[in-house]
Design a protein around this ligand. Sequence first.
Ligand code: DCP
Ligand code: MG
Length: 683
Amino acid sequence: MLSSSPFRNRHGDSSPARSPGRRKRSQFTYRHFHQMASYNTSCPLRVVAHLDLDCFYAQVEMVRLGIPEDKPLAVQQWQGLIAVNYPARSFNIGRHCTVTEAKRLCPGLISQHVATWREGDDKWAYRDDAAEHIATDKVSLDPYRLESRRIMNIIKEHLPGGDLQKVEKASIDEVFLDLSAHVHAVMAERFEELRGLEPYGDANEEMLMPGVKALDWKADALVDLGEGEGEFDDPDWDDVALLVASEIVRNLRGVIREKSGYTCSAGVSRNKLLSKLGSAYKKPNQQTVIRNRAVRHFLSGFKFTKIKNLGGKLGEQVAEAFNTEAVSDLLEVPMEQLKMKLGNENGVWIYETLRGVDTSEVNSGTQIKSMLSAKSFRPDITTVEQATKWLRIFAADIFARLVEEGVLEHKRRPKTINLHHRHGNQTRSRSGPIPARLLNEESLFELAKNLLYQITLEGNIWPCSNLSLSVAGFEEGVQGNMGIDAFLVKGDEARALKSSESARTSSKEAVDTSIRQQPAAKRRRIDGGGGGGIQRFLTKRGSAPEDDLVRKNSGETTLGTSKTYVASGAGWPEELSSKEAQADPRRSPMMAHACSRCNANLGSPEELQSHLDWHFAKDLQEEERVSQAFANQQASAAANNPRVGSQKGAAAPPASAAASGPKKSTGRPKKKPERGQSKLNFG
Ligand code: DCP
Ligand code: MG
C-alpha cells in the first residue's frame, strides 16, 4: 500500500478538491481513464516502468561473498571483465578493460572469476584457477540466472496479482512492468471523482483537472522540461498516474533491496521505449520519471542510435541519409522526407519513435524461446572424444536450465535440438526432434552425440574452433492436472520408441552375453567407473540399452539434415537393472581405438572411425528392414488398439496408469534431479 499522500490540493490538504465548478478541464477523457484498466497500449494515461539491476553480476558476487558495498569489484571472464561495480567504475574501470589494466587503475580491485563447468565434471563451480583454464572450462551463468529468477519472483509476489499484474522479463537483469491497471485501481481509490461511471454518462467527455496543485516526486530524478513546456502548468491526470507509478516502483525497489540485497534503477514513463532510456539515465539506485510533457526535451538530448532498434543497420542508414546521429536534428525533418529516404514503414516508425511514441506491449507471456550452450576453443579441439566431453557439459547445462523452465512438470518443452560445429570458416549444423518422452540430461547428451556423429560423417571436420548445442521450438505443456495426452506417444515417435524397445531388449541380451564372454581383464575395464569418452559417442545401436539409435523414419520436419536420427530409449536411469547399469559403457574407461561393437582393435582413431561407419551403414540397412516390418505390424495393431506403441517400458506407462493421472506412473524419473547449484549460499 502506498504511504503518505504525495498530493497537495488547492486547499493545502491531501484530500481531493470537491469544487468542480472552478476547476479547468483535463486533456483526458473518462474513456482514457477506463482504458488503463485494460492495458490499452494507445491509452495516453498508460504507465510503464523499466527496472534494471545495477552492475548485476557484480552485485551477485558481492552479496554471495559478503563484500562491503564500497569495495571495488569486477566480474572476470578469462582475462576480460563482464561486470564492474560502481566503486570500481570511479577508477575508470569498465568492460573494455583487461584484468591487468583494471588492477593497474585500482590495485585494490577484487576481481571474481565467473563460475565454470570443467571438462569431465558434471557441475559448475567457482574455482580459483578458472582464468588459466580457458581450454578446459566453460563459463556458467547459472548463479546469475538463479538470482534473476529470485528477483523476478520477489517482483511478482510484491505486486498485486491477477489482472493487476503485467510483468515482462526483458533480459537477465531487466523487467518491464505495465502498471496501468494497478495505477488505475490506486487512482480510483484515491480520487472519489474517478470512481464509478462518468458523471454525465459520456465517456468521451474530458474529466476535470485533478484537484491537486503540486506533486511530491520525492527523490525521483525528474527529467527537465524544455523551455516553454509548461513546468508551471497544473498537474494533469497523466502526471498523477506517473506519480502513483513512481511510488509503486520506489516501494518495489525497496522490497527487492530488502529481500535480496540488490539495488536497481528504474525508468517510469508512458511506454517501454521511454522507460528503458529512463532507467539508464541515472544510475545506480535511482529512478527517473519522464512526464509526458518532458518527452520531447528528454529525447532531443539523445543520439538516436541509443534508442532500441536504431542501434544497428537501420540507425546507420538513418545517420547516413541525414548526416546526423542527433535526435534533435531529426526532429526537424518532416515525415514525408523520412518516408522518401527510408521507405514508408521505416519513415513513419522513426518519425513516431523520435517523438516518444511506442505502443509495444509489455508481454508477460514472453518466455525463453531457445537455450544455447556453447564453447569457443583456444586451442581448437581435434578429436571426437574431446567434443563428446563438451557435449556432456552442454547437455548438463541445458538440462539444468530446462528444469528451471519446468520441463519436469511438463510446463514447457523444446521440440528440437541443434548442434553447430565450426571448422575453420566452415560451420556445419545438424538438427533433430526431441521426442517428448526423452527429455532428460542423458537423452539430450545422446541426441547431441548423434548429431555430432552425423557431422563427423562429412569428414574433414577437425580441428574444431567452436561447438554449440541448442534446444528450441518450445511448446507449452499441459497445465495443472496433466491430460492423458501428456503420456501418450503418437505416430512416428511411438514407432521409434517401440522399435528402440525391441532393440533394447535384444541389445540387453547381447551386452549380457558379451560381458560373460569377455576375459576378466577386459570385463573389469567395462565394469569400471568413469564417464564420457569416445566410446560413449561411438557406441551406437546394439551395444547398450541407452545407446540405441533408431532411424526416425518420418515425414516430419527434419531440420538441417535429410535424415534425422534420434537416440531413443535413452536415459531413464531408474529403469535400468543393476546388471544393465554395470554394462553401460558410459561407466567404462576409454579403450584405445577398440570397437565397442565387436571388440576389434583398430590402429588409430581414423581407422576406428571408418570401421564404425561401416557398422553404422549396416545398422541403417537393418533398421530400414526392421522399421518397415514394424510399420506394417503397427498398422494392423493400430486397428485394434489406438495406444499401440505405448504399452510398456520406457515408451509409456501402462494404459491404466496413463488413464489415472500423473502420480501413478509417468515414466519420468521419480527422484528430483540433483541441483547442487541452487544450494549455493547467496548471502
Ligand atoms: N553482460 C555481459 N556482457 C556484456 C553486457 C552485459 O556479460 N557485454 C552481463 C553482465 C551484466 C549483466 O549482463 O552485469 C547486465 O547487463 P547490463 O548492461 O545491465 O550491465 P550491468 O547490470 O552490469 O550495469 P548497469 O548498472 O549499467 O546496468
Ligand atoms: Mg544492469
